[in-house]
Design a protein around this ligand. Structure first.
Ligand code: ZN
Length: 242
């Protein structure tokens, strides 16, 4: 089975549509979404509707929790808090109910899915060896996938401890070589200097995971953000992928 791992869509419907079209071209049958479905971008309702349409599995992200009132915005920076308040005011009941009903950790077969880490699903960034160790200590399946950093990453735990690498576009990793954590990067607000939408494709039959980048109409999302009155800085960063 081919599965698209997506994360941090952040209400960017143009980016999500481009990724879903690309994934469909690769014969994807399932979509697993690692949270921060909303926040920052202009289309929270459209994004949730599209995810439901494709039957995506989604976990809860910190921005989803803030936008649905499950947590406050006091830990957010000003721009994120402004966007969270905007999202909360514009979320339709159906979309809010969907988001608020997501679990922090979901297990699908051999995979555990969370937004941050398995130790701190909503908040922890898997960017240090210590965080990776804490994550793998809680891993009860063979593989895992997280988001939250908006930067693609591949981490393995072997005899010599944890080892991370930054997977480039098209790079392929092999499953079955011990515990693994995949971060597919961000669909709707990449932060690794490449503004194209990022996702990963798991092929459970072939036993591989590959990283993909997809160009989308950034100008369209920026126009919609300006029309919505969202902070200009959030629109501008999309063009540079930071
Ligand atoms: Zn995020």
């Amino acid at each position: 089975m081919r599965i698209a791992l997506i994360s941090d869509i952040h209400s960017n419907l143009a980016a999500l549509e481009a990724v879903l079209a690309d994934a469909e071209g690769h014969g994807v049958e399932a979509v697993w979404n690692l949270g921060d479905t909303v926040g920052y971008g202009p289309d929270p309702n459209g994004v949730v509707a599209r995810l439901r349409e494709v039957g995506a599995v989604s976990v809860l992200g910190n921005h989803d929790a803030a936008a649905t009132g499950l947590m406050g915005t006091e830990w957010f920076n000003t721009l994120a808090a402004t966007a969270a308040d905007w999202t909360r005011a514009h979320l339709e009941t159906e979309a809010a109910t969907y988001l608020a009903g997501r679990a922090e950790v979901v297990v699908k077969g051999e995979w555990s899915l969370a937004h941050g880490t398995l130790r701190e699903p909503l908040w922890e960034y898997l960017t240090t060896e210590e965080a990776a160790e804490g994550h793998f200590e809680r891993l009860e399946t063979a593989y895992s996938a997280v988001g939250h950093t908006h930067v693609p990453l591949l981490v393995r735990r072997g005899a010599r401890g944890v080892e991370g690498e930054t997977p480039g576009e098209g790079s392929e990793a092999v499953l079955g070589e011990g515990p693994l954590c995949v971060n597919p990067g961000s669909v709707g607000q990449p932060r690794d200097g490449d503004p194209r939408a990022s996702y990963a494709l798991v092929d459970s039959g072939e036993g591989t995971v590959t990283h993909h980048r997809v160009a989308y109409d950034i100008g369209e999302t920026q126009r919609r953000m300006r029309a919505a009155g969202l902070p200009q800085a959030l629109a501008e960063r999309l063009a540079v992928g930071r």
